[in-house]
Design a protein. Structure first.
Length: 178
């Protein structure tokens, strides 16, 4: 069912490759001659707009009772595509440590697989509070690294720690049958 929350999630799916292009393909013909600081601004703008859609699609879906099976699939997929695009682009630019990104993406793939198992058992897979903190920490790290601001690397490693801890919580709760 196509509703506003699902349209917002789909818009995020479209913004992810645009973000990757702005970060990783700066030497392509359409982007040549644009100063890197402007490319940083454009990439940050795309990321912020996509992040805002993430907030609003969830808020609208919950408050207007528009949660759909499609939305439950598209929303986390769009989130993963957006962070994947950002992190890959930042690695290409040399702004993000590849091992930090490996740890974050490995956790994301593992927990996505675990969530599929949990759903197949008929259990709830709603994002935990720590999962939301993880998302926010990654967003701040991506924002700082995209703009090449001081402290971006520190924020990235803080995001890695929070990401791994939230993954531990998912596994712990699954093992306890929660």
């Amino acid at each position: 069912m196509m509703n506003l929350p699902n349209l917002l999630a789909f818009s995020r799916l479209l913004m992810a490759p645009l973000l990757l292009w702005l970060l990783a393909y700066r030497d392509t013909a359409p982007l040549q001659g644009i100063h890197t600081s402007w490319l940083d601004y454009f990439a940050a703008l795309v990321f912020v707009l996509a992040s805002v859609t993430d907030f609003f699609d969830g808020y609208i879906a919950r408050t207007c009772h528009q949660i759909t099976a499609l939305g439950k699939v598209i929303d986390p997929l769009a989130d993963k595509m957006l962070t994947l695009a950002a992190f890959l682009g930042l690695v290409v630019l040399g702004r993000a440590d590849v091992f930090a990104i490996f740890l974050i993406l490995s956790r994301e793939f593992f927990i996505t697989g675990l969530r599929v198992m949990i759903v197949s058992e008929g259990r709830d897979v709603s994002a935990s509070w720590m999962g939301k903190v993880k998302t926010v920490s990654q967003m701040f790290a991506i924002g700082f690294l995209t703009m090449d601001w001081p402290g971006g690397t520190l924020l990235l490693w803080i995001a890695v720690a929070i990401t791994l801890y939230s993954g531990y919580e998912y596994v712990r709760d699954y093992m306890r049958g929660k």
